[in-house]
Design a protein around this ligand. Structure first.
Ligand code: ADP
Ligand code: MG
Length: 328
């Protein structure tokens, strides 16, 4: 029976490429190019909290890295390295082989090197730290939005929320819709190229992991402005638009703006950059949609208002997912 070190060797150790020293010593060693800054982010996935027990291992390998790449994308950073800490309930070579296939499939697509990690026994928990590079001073923070900025999102919202609903037994999706929604939930796309293309264009940016309603509030709070979002402008996928149309407005908005796991980028840009935003998105073959406008702060901290076509507030309370928040 192979032990911990054989498992690492078999499934995770690969020769170092850009790194000066990769898996196998006490630390990895990497250099940073002159004039660049390291962007670093950690995200953890816990079985039963972030994914359902029995989730396909290859998709989980993909998602574990994708959610981290999404954070780099949200800063406009180019992914370079990752570390992977795993707690596994038991040794399962088939599971590990599929997991590492999913992980390295995405890592190779983005030329990310796995340079270290930790492997222990415990409840299934997957924790990745990613290291990206961005020209010094060019990272796109949450705090740069100004009154008058346009608010944009990439791709489509709410797909993963419908996928999760489906896995939890909610009816209403055709088999093809269900397969699409579950794939968006379990194998999200990190908008890495778009994030990089928005350097110097977006004034503030983050990735949508906990739902637009909660996440956009973070930009508003950090920037000291308010956000007004046109509910009808929120982009839906072609695949799931008919399913959303069948839902009552309230429930539709709860999925589209309150559901998590979208991993789309939400960003702000000056109206004068409208065409630059469109050009950046066209370059990376990603759809972007203008969903609203930042306005001067009116009082409450980081206010976010959804409005209908007449400009009237239309959703009473919507918030993003908060692990330690009070669910109402
Ligand atoms: P240490 O005892 O010094 O913490 P470990 O025995 O945990 O080292 O790990 C040995 C080597 O294997 C280290 O280089 C570590 O970074 C790497 N490693 C351990 N687990 C993983 C993993 N899941 N993926 C990639 N590298 C790993
Ligand atoms: Mg260790």
């Amino acid at each position: 029976m192979p032990g911990e070190f054989d498992l690492i060797k078999r499934h995770f150790a690969r020769p170092a490429r850009r790194a000066r020293l990769g898996v196998g010593d006490d630390c990895a060693l990497v250099g940073v190019a002159a004039g660049m800054e390291l962007a670093i982010s950690t995200d953890m996935l816990v079985e039963g909290v972030h994914f359902l027990a029995g989730t396909d291992a290859q998709r989980l390998g993909h998602k574990t890295l994708a959610v981290n790449l999404s954070d780099l994308a949200a800063m406009g950073a180019a992914p370079r390295y990752a570390t992977l800490a795993l707690a596994l309930p038991h040794r399962d070579e088939t599971w590990l082989a599929a997991f590492s296939r999913g992980f390295f499939g995405l890592a190779d697509a983005h030329e990310v090197e796995l340079i270290g990690g930790d492997t222990t026994r415990g409840p299934l928990t997957l924790c990745v730290t990613v290291f990206g590079e961005v020209p010094a001073g060019a990272a796109i923070k949450r705090s740069g939005a100004q009154a008058g900025d346009e608010i944009w999102v990439s791709g489509s919202l709410g797909d993963a929320a419908l996928g999760l609903g489906h896995l939890r037994g909610q009816p209403g999706l055709t088999p093809a819709q269900a397969a699409y929604a579950v794939a968006r939930l379990e194998a999200p796309t990190a908008r890495v190229a778009l994030g990089i293309a928005l350097r110097g264009v977006a004034t503030a940016m983050l990735d949508l992991s906990d739902g637009l309603a909660g996440d956009l509030r973070h930009i508003a709070e950090a920037s000291g402005v308010d956000a007004i979002v046109a509910a009808a402008a929120l982009p839906l996928s072609v695949e799931l638009a008919p399913a959303f149309a069948a839902l009552p407005l309230d429930q539709r908005l709860r999925s589209v703006a309150g559901g998590g796991d979208d991993y789309e980028l939400c960003f702000t840009a000056r109206p004068s950059q409208h065409e630059a935003v469109r050009a950046a998105a066209a370059c990376c073959n990603v759809a972007v949609t203008k969903i609203g406008t930042m306005t001067a702060r009116r009082g409450a901290l980081g206010a976010l208002v959804f409005v209908d076509s007449a400009g009237n507030p239309c959703v009473p309370t919507l918030s993003g997912y908060d692990h330690f928040g009070v669910r109402t």
